[in-house]
Design a protein around this ligand. Sequence first.
Ligand code: ATP
Ligand code: MG
Length: 414
Amino acid sequence: MASLKPVRGTHDLLPEAMRAHRHVVERSREIAERYGFEEIATPIFEASDVFKRTLGDTSDIVTKEMYTFATKGGEEITLRPENTAGVARAFISEGLAQAVPLKYFYAGPMFRHERPQKGRQRQFHQIGVEIIGVPTPQADIEVIAAGARTLSELGLGDKTSLQLNTLGDPESRTAYREALVTYFTGRIDELSAESRDRLARNPLRILDSKNEGDRVVVADAPAFSDFLNEHSRDFFGQVKDGLDALGISYVLNERLVRGLDYYGHTAFEFTTTELGAQDAVLAGGRYDGLIETMGGPSTPGVGWAAGIERLSMLCGAAPEARRPVALIPIGDEAVARSLPLAEELRASGLRIDLGYSGNLNRRMKRANRLNAAAAVLIGEDELARGAATLRDMDGGDQVEVPLSELTERLSKYL
Ligand code: ATP
Ligand code: MG
């Protein structure tokens, strides 16, 4: 064995971490249901083109972060770095165009080859929602509201804030792009090598550069708001009015451009100040061109994705595990009887822990370690009487209970 460590950037989710993870998924799934999103799952890998052709040649994901392999069968596949492209692919290949509008929720692992650090893994997990087939701002508003509610019901309302921007329609973007190229070309000597590279291919991305020199130049760059045509301005106005009407507060951020090529109109990000450099928690926007770019019928879409690891870090302590009832047989006969009894109790919905060996003392220790709510002790004498001793682990009271009544007497521990 070369190495028995998890591969760099990947993590085992041991039970406590898994509970925190599940808490996020289960809460958000339930909230998504209330908004009418149905859950779907697409494959964890896709043909590489699904991502390459859609995310954009200059996106960080395509240029640096994809896990791409040639399979033994000679196909080129990529572990999904995000799920919107997979959903769009499914929309096309499953022939769902007649079924719009569609509302989807998903949860699952994503893979990006980036430098691991706090809140940044190579295998991480996302929850997300998509509305497909709705061209009007109502969908943007509803999607953002679902994100805001997910955060607030996870208890993160005060720890996050919404940044909002518009990337306009294609005409506005072209106009702005030209203005940016003119501006940045005039100050090209001050730009980082990466930004110079982006200048030709995707000048908008320069706006979110983290490089300090770039930021100085960016500070005086033309503002997108001056290049929005009437339609784009009106669309954005409706999104803002809708959020205002719902009491969802936001900060306008003209530098929020999102990393992927397929976004237009609404772009948003819920950020936090509590995770250091990894400040984005939930992010998304409108992607009206995506499905068409992939070769499908022109179909608008809007959605978001959120990192489960970042959310569960913000949530803090994992919820407690459900408390079991410990079944503690003493003596061979009781041990033999305990397995069918455990089955019977489990069939009634109780969570039963049956230690596998050890004397009374050891088994009680295990019951305590598992934070058992109650213990059912079965000794030889009790068994002869067809009874067991039921001990409440919090109060310590102990009573003898006929085995025939055990299920009922335990129902308060369900
Ligand atoms: P960042 O700026 O942090 O790289 P991003 O813009 O690449 O984020 P998105 O593609 O918008 O992120 O993904 C949505 C969310 O998924 C992020 O807000 C974040 O919570 C989470 N996320 C993205 N990449 C990672 C990662 N490598 N590890 C953990 N979570 C991640
Ligand atoms: Mg990233």
